[in-house]
Design a protein around this ligand. Structure first.
Ligand SMILES: [Zn+2]
Length: 188
């Protein structure tokens, strides 16, 4: 009983923290509109593609399959912690600078295609499944963030190791002093 209560409290706290982080994300100018149709405000996210999207486009993402796009609701789902942390480092503009790198936005009338389910589905499939407009000289932005995080962890570990070396050095110095003192004592 109390265990379940604790789990619920933990879940509520996680949800509260998630809401705070996501509210901050939604206040960013770059995230005011859906990354795909550019029209409605985002209420969903693709946590592996790094985009915040509207409810209509989320339906298209679901159709792509979870192996291409992992969809989470902004308000209803609990996000994995690492996804939440990663989203602090991305916004719809950063994501689209990769996914729509070679797209001439004037080519597509978003006001028109957002009303046509087949058209918007085709656009989303081209964008993420066929990677029609990506920047081929870059890796996808979420992958990049993950790699940066790994590198940062390596740096943190290196710093820790450096500190260990310093500690080791002091320790040797300390030993030497002890030996000297012992020698002095022996000399007496
Ligand atoms: Zn949309």
């Amino acid at each position: 009983m109390s265990f379940l209560k604790n789990v619920n409290v933990q879940e509520n706290n996680d949800m509260k923290r998630q809401k705070q982080i996501i509210n901050k994300l939604l206040k960013k100018l770059e995230n005011k509109f859906c990354a795909d149709c550019k029209n409605a405000p985002p209420t969903w996210a693709s946590i592996n593609l790094g985009v915040l999207i509207c409810i209509n486009c989320s339906g298209c993402h679901r159709e792509l399959g979870a192996h291409i796009s992992k969809i989470k609701s902004i308000n209803l789902d609990v996000w994995p912690l690492d996804a939440l942390e990663n989203f602090k480092q991305i916004n719809n503009k950063i994501a689209n600078d990769y996914w729509e790198y070679n797209l001439n936005l004037k080519e597509i009338n978003f006001d028109k295609i957002k009303k046509n389910r087949d058209e918007i589905m085709k656009f989303i499939r081209n964008k993420y499944e066929y990677k029609k407009w990506i920047n081929i000289n870059e890796i996808d932005p979420m992958q990049k963030i993950k790699q940066n995080n790994i590198n940062n962890n390596i740096n943190i570990n290196n710093n820790l190791n450096n500190n260990n070396e310093k500690y080791q050095f002091n320790w040797n110095y300390f030993n030497k002093n002890i030996n000297n003192n012992t020698n002095i004592n022996n000399g007496k």
